[in-house]
Design a protein around this ligand. Sequence first.
Ligand SMILES: [Zn+2]
Length: 298
Amino acid sequence: MIGSTIDLNFFDRTGDIAAYLLPHSGGAVLVDPGAESTLPALIAALSAYGLTPRDVTHVLLTHIHLDHAGAAGWFAGQGARVYVHPIGAPHMLNPDKLVASAARLYGEWMEKLWGDMKPVPAANLVEVRDDTEIAAGNLRIQALYTPGHAEHHISYVCDDVIYSGDVGGVRFGSNVYVRLPFVPPETHLEKWRTSLERMKGTRCGHIAPTHFGIYDDAEEHLTLASRFIDEVEVWLEQNMPGIADVETLGVCYAEFLRAHGRDAGLDDAAITVYDGGNPISFAASGLFRYWQKVRNET
Ligand SMILES: [Zn+2]
């Protein structure tokens, strides 16, 4: 069974943030319900499938970033159980810290972009670890612990599809091109590389990154993702000695990405779409922090 892609039409942008719908014999599973701000689009899409929010029995979170998990508490209020890695669990029970740190990043845009984030009651929260099997009606879903983008990141395997959150990278439209979304504060290239290898090991034919869509060339997709890490790592090793601050890194990394995209055959419009999926400033601070904390242990 291949899940259905629901376009959350984030900020009227199509093909940017997805939720995945997996109907089963007793209701439906949602992988990453998205932000509270995009609930109207999600509810409308559910109703097109003949479902109401109360039919959603399981909300599987790849990780707790607001574009993936913001609406989880709302679905818990409708009766769903919310699945998350133990490191992410406290932030779902009490999202105050998560919301405060996002507010520092997004400032006055916070509310407009993401809306509200409701806590998940303890009774509705289920912790998932590596290899946990989740039963949902007739479906069996396997959790795979895949850190690298965030320490608590989980990917979910159901039949021939791996729902890869952000660790499988971002990919848009018909491009055969994968970019990895680096963000502060937990970007870790070695863990990320190991996670990609584990995902490859599932031998799934399909891959469904939250940004955006289900692709039927999972092996090639994951190979491109691994290659992206290798190339960024070489680039960092060559360039970081001459880069003193995160702003300079941002300017240089943007140039690297443009050249990298063009080499792969992307036109400027496509490169801009990828830039939207992972703003350069986030990527630069994620990489800068990784370089300082992990590679140089300062
Ligand atoms: Zn994320």
